[in-house]
Write a new protein. Structure first.
Length: 440
């Protein structure tokens, strides 16, 4: 089946139009980009672009034999219709967010991801249905403006579907929160990989953890490979992929989530809120940045990422400058100095070559919340040995010594694990008390 051919276009109020991201998005959605067009002017109410520029767009579409026009702006339904009327028959017009939703739909491989995409599509469609309702009330002609006959039940149907999907996503989110709580009780620290799409998060995940031990998704799509992909394309990761990573003394669950992208509207971010919860509720966030990009682009992405994270995130953030293999040492130092206000003390790594990944593991250990130190005195019984084994599984044992009647175990662990260890020790018979430490 031949690949659809697309022309990308963008209008800006001032400055120069940057078509790089929309070109990448369009290619990532499976189109062959065969032409591009831009315009600097204020928005035209009827065509978004100036009418003469739309005529130029139509000429470009004919010359390149394109099937689709992708506009890197948000367009109203009537602007979309009017532009389409100037193009050859059969040519589709997609605005930026229609393309992103199409791309999300291609990547949605789990029930949760599919629901989130459907919710985003409905939230995108709702104001257009409301606008059509308003216009239909003012103009009784069927098929007003060529948009088709208005179905008065459509607007309410969309609202009902949004409510139903939101409820199901809330139920999934509750189950995931319980799962996170269980993992913390088991002694795991939760670390999230965040950052822009194509920053190399999935490649870095594969470096930090070798086996897919855990999956955040309740339902796995049968076609989803059991490894985090690391292809050079946008939105390879739409859902979440969680792996167990050993950083030394701590057992970490590392989650790779959907990548950020610039200029996403509130309704689209909200639709993927439950996926972003993996970032918001982490103990530590690794903010991954493509260090090979121009400094100003890195700066803009850091600002946007921090704005996204600051909404609900309370965990410490460690900035990771990835793809260091593409840069010289002097250039890396220049970027560190230029971005020091946004990224103090970043970790410089290459997920591709593995350079400095061990240093990143060490940094993760240092930045994770402190564990509590504990010393327990236990009787030498089969039940006590089970407690000792449980402490080894869920904490970091510093010393373990045995006498004729008792065993002393010194360890560090998350507060929840220490509390549970004390409770388990207190249930043993006979109960021994360490007078020096004042603990059971």
């Amino acid at each position: 089946m031949p690949t659809d051919r697309a022309v990308v276009a963008k209008r800006v109020d001032e400055g120069e139009a940057d078509l790089e991201e929309i070109t990448d998005l369009t290619r990532s959605a499976g189109y062959e980009v065969v032409g591009e067009l831009s315009q600097r002017r204020t928005q035209d109410a009827a065509y978004h672009f100036g009418e003469g520029k739309v005529d130029e767009l139509a000429t470009l579409v004919r010359r390149t034999d394109a099937d689709t026009v992708v506009v890197d702006n948000e367009m109203g339904p009537f602007q979309t219709y009017n532009v389409g009327g100037k193009l050859p028959d059969g040519v589709d017009v997609l605005d930026r967010f229609t393309l992103i939703l199409e791309l999300f739909g291609q990547r949605a491989q789990t029930r949760k991801a599919q629901l989130q995409v459907e919710l985003a599509e409905l939230r995108y469609e709702l104001p257009r249905a409301e606008a059509k309702a308003s216009l239909a009330q003012r103009d009784e002609r069927p098929g007003f403006m060529g948009l088709g006959e208005y179905d008065e039940s459509r607007e309410q149907d969309i609202k009902n579907q949004i409510s139903r999907i939101s409820e199901e996503l809330d139920q999934i989110a509750e189950k995931e929160e319980k799962r996170r709580a269980q993992r913390r009780d088991q002694g795991f620290d939760l670390v999230a990989l965040a950052g822009y799409t194509n920053a190399g998060k999935s490649t870095l995940l594969r470096r930090l953890a070798s086996e897919l031990d855990v999956d955040e998704n309740e339902e796995q799509h049968p076609d989803l490979d059991a490894t985090a992909e690391s292809e050079d394309r946008l939105f390879t990761t739409l859902g979440t992929t969680t792996r167990k990573a050993d950083t030394g003394t701590r057992e970490v669950l590392l989650t790779d989530t959907v990548g950020f992208i610039s200029d996403l509207p509130h309704w689209l971010v909200e639709s993927f809120q439950s996926t972003l919860d993996s970032v918001y509720y982490a103990d530590l966030v690794l903010l991954v940045v493509d260090a090979s990009e121009p400094v100003e682009e890195m700066r803009q992405k850091l600002v946007t990422s921090h704005e996204t994270l600051s909404d609900r995130n309370e965990a410490p953030i460690v900035t990771v400058f990835n793809k260091a293999d593409k840069l010289s040492e002097p250039e890396i130092e220049r970027r560190k100095r230029a971005l020091s206000a946004l990224a103090p003390n970043p970790v410089i790594v290459s997920g591709k070559t593995g350079e400095q990944v061990d240093a990143l593991r060490d940094r993760v250990e240092r930045e994770l919340p402190d564990w509590e130190e504990e010393r327990l005195l236990l009787p030498v019984t089969d039940e006590a040995m089970s407690v000792v084994s449980w402490i080894h599984d869920n904490g970091n044992v510093h010393e373990e010594s045995y006498g004729d009647q008792q065993v002393v175990i010194e360890f560090e662990a998350p507060p929840s694990v220490v509390s549970k260890a004390r409770s388990k020790a207190a249930d043993l018979e006979p109960v021994a008390v360490d007078a020096e430490a004042g603990e059971v």
